[in-house]
Design a protein around this ligand. Structure first.
Ligand code: CP
Ligand code: NVA
Length: 308
């Protein structure tokens, strides 16, 4: 059966653990090599990854491009505006054509239903490079970063401050699969998706909502933030005002454990969701997190091709 990666649960906890260990091994094995050089075993030699972007991207675009090269394959990167998709060709027809021409498709889009339709009509793996609902590839990189920095996942207290968005939904999903807890500090009206919360809780994770930022981060091992205005959302002063008490600053960091770390998927807005002293400070892992997109995405690709 074709392996699509639309959400983390498509792989499940065991496969994600295997991806993380594969990513670490491969990262260590190629230390010092030029970024574009293929890994010795080139496990996806001659494979072509098509990438479709309906929204902007720096990290997802570059990390998948480098990832497929390091695995021995190549990529074709397309903005939907320059494709027939952008002129009204259907998602289903696009899926069928790309399935005949390429070996896998990664897409960044808006409605999650669109990626489900693409996957439903594709005979090659479809990978979610972010939708309005979720961002699973980012979270594989985040988990890799935590493990690499000596934070085993089971029982970890992960605090999120800010908007209940796509990135948070995937963190909550990961909590259920990898057995860590999520403490969400967000203003009323900006909660994450209830279905992800219910699934994580049913799997035994503690997922708790707080309306007070200090309570949310008390004794946390990890503090995570993201933009208050995701791509496709309108800027609204009322939302910015509601989010301001959930800004990650030095006072917030002091409430967490003394060895707590800070994560942010980037792009960041210094002075909004996070202060420069935090994101550019000693507890921040954001540059490792960004680099790990490459290593995590390689393992997602290997999983999609049945190699993990
Ligand atoms: N974190 C992330 O997905 O970054 P880009 O939007 O640059 O791809
Ligand atoms: N929540 C953000 C993540 C960007 C990588 C957005 O969707 O714009």
């Amino acid at each position: 059966m074709t392996r699509h990666f639309l959400n983390l649960s498509d792989a499940g906890g065991d496969a994600i653990a295997a991806m993380l260990s594969d990513a670490l091994d491969r990262k260590n094995a190629r230390k010092g090599l030029p970024k574009g050089r293929a890994d010795k075993d080139a496990p996806l030699a001659d494979h072509v990854l098509a990438m479709i972007f309906e929204k902007s991207s720096t990290r997802t675009r570059v990390s998948f491009d480098i990832a497929i090269r390091q695995l021995g394959g190549t990529s074709i990167v397309m903005d939907s505006g320059s494709m027939q998709l952008g002129r009204g060709e259907t998602v289903a027809d696009t899926a069928k054509v790309l399935s005949r021409m390429c070996d896998a498709v990664m897409i960044r889009t808006d409605d999650h239903e669109k990626i489900e339709e693409l996957a439903g009509n594709a005979s090659v793996p479809v990978i979610n490079g972010l939708t309005d609902l979720s961002h699973p590839c980012q979270i594989v990189a985040d988990l890799l970063t935590l493990i690499e920095h000596g934070k085993p996942l089971p029982g970890l207290e992960v605090a999120w401050l800010g908007d209940g968005n796509n990135v948070l939904n995937s963190i909550v999903e990961a909590a259920g699969l990898m057995k860590f807890n999520v403490r969400i500090g967000c203003p009323e009206g900006y909660d994450p998706d209830q279905e992800f919360i219910a699934a994580a809780q049913a799997a035994g994770a503690n997922v708790t909502l707080y309306r007070d930022a200090m309570e949310a981060v008390a004794d946390a091992d990890v503090i995570v933030a993201d933009t208050w205005v995701s791509m496709g959302q309108a800027h609204a002063d009322a939302k910015m005002d509601a989010m301001m008490p959930f800004q990650v600053n030095d006072v917030i960091m002091e409430q967490a454990k003394s060895d707590a770390v800070f994560l942010h998927c980037l792009p960041a807005h210094r002075g909004e969701e996070v202060m420069p002293s935090v994101i550019d400070g000693s507890q921040s892992l954001v540059w490792d997190e960004a680099e790990n997109r490459i290593h995590a995405q390689k393992s997602v690709l290997r999983w999609a091709f049945g190699q993990i």
